[in-house]
Design a protein around this ligand. Structure first.
Ligand code: ZN
Length: 295
């Protein structure tokens, strides 16, 4: 067979098969492109200072170093917001994924920045919760307060999960599951109390159920942090055991805050005000930081 003949054969073959051949080439190009994009997504570049890395997942795991901005990390696995990464020096470590994805600098990076906190605004949707003497719903105030707390926590870099962000009913049994599923470190449920008779009770209480999983200590830390910032006529009823499903069925350190009596006109006046809600919202990160420090 001469070279000329081979040339003719290839030419004939190309003429005959150019359509399927083009399709194959196109598909291979798309496949390579997609792989490149996917591989790229498994990489992240550190943008902010002082992100700690750990030998295991979670803020309490031993710290093995600190990342520098500009460092490229390969993401090996993701769970509960955490990444297992391979560093440029080939070593492996765990890091809070939301912090390595973050570009806005943090004033201070603390264990709270590395924590996942679930906020549960009590009631919602068809469940209005308790009523004020002028028929205002508890569900609206729990949501407003939780949103303010979220804002304060996010300023500190915390990963915040809300059980609801709108006026909807989340079945009670699902609430502790949200904490488990997101591998939360802390859980806070927000409520306002109600007395059988209007204007017969007043004040705020911080409830826990489990002692073993540090919930009682968490309740104490939060109660201590909010108490100096509360209005003078708001009585601190302290920390108490409370048999609530959202606490009982929760393996995460969990508390429930009753932030005043909605059917006390005096308490309700406070509850409605942004300044009262902000006092609580700004005290909670302090309480959480104290709790995390002494862990
Ligand atoms: Zn309630």
């Amino acid at each position: 067979m001469t070279l000329k003949k081979i040339g003719h054969m290839i030419h004939a073959w190309l003429v005959k098969f150019w359509v399927p051949l083009s399709i194959v080439v196109a598909l291979v190009t798309v496949a390579i492109g997609t792989t490149m994009v996917l591989l790229h997504r498994e990489q992240v570049t550190v943008k902010i200072e002082n992100i700690p890395i750990h030998s295991k997942k979670g803020p309490t795991a031993p710290t093995v170093g600190v990342l520098k901005p500009g460092e490229h990390l390969q993401i090996l696995q993701r769970t509960g917001g955490w990444y297992q990464v391979r560093r440029e020096n080939e070593s492996k470590a765990w890091v809070a994924g939301w912090l390595v994805e973050r570009s806005k600098p943090l004033n201070k990076l603390t264990p709270l920045s590395e924590s996942t906190v679930v906020l549960d605004p009590g009631h919602g949707g068809s469940d209005s919760g308790a009523l004020s003497t002028n028929n205002k719903y508890e569900k609206n105030y729990t949501l407003a307060l939780a949103k303010r707390v979220k804002k304060q926590l996010e300023k500190r870099g915390t990963r915040v999960i809300m059980t609801r962000s709108t006026d909807k009913l989340v079945p009670l049994a699902e609430i502790p599951e949200i904490a488990e599923r997101n591998q939360a470190d802390l859980f806070i449920s927000f409520h306002f109390d109600s007395a059988p008779e209007a204007n017969s009770a007043s004040g705020y209480t911080t409830y826990y159920y489990h002692k073993k999983n540090q919930s009682k200590r968490l309740a104490q830390a939060i109660n201590q942090a909010i108490s100096p910032n509360m209005p003078d006529d708001m009585h601190n009823k302290g920390v108490d055991f409370g048999d609530y499903l959202v606490l009982r069925d929760n393996s995460v350190p969990a508390i429930l805050m009753e932030n005043g009596y909605i059917n006390s006109d005096r308490d309700f006046k406070h509850m409605q005000s942004a300044s009262y809600q902000n006092k609580i919202a700004k005290s909670i990160p302090t309480g959480l930081e104290n709790y995390l420090e002494t862990r």
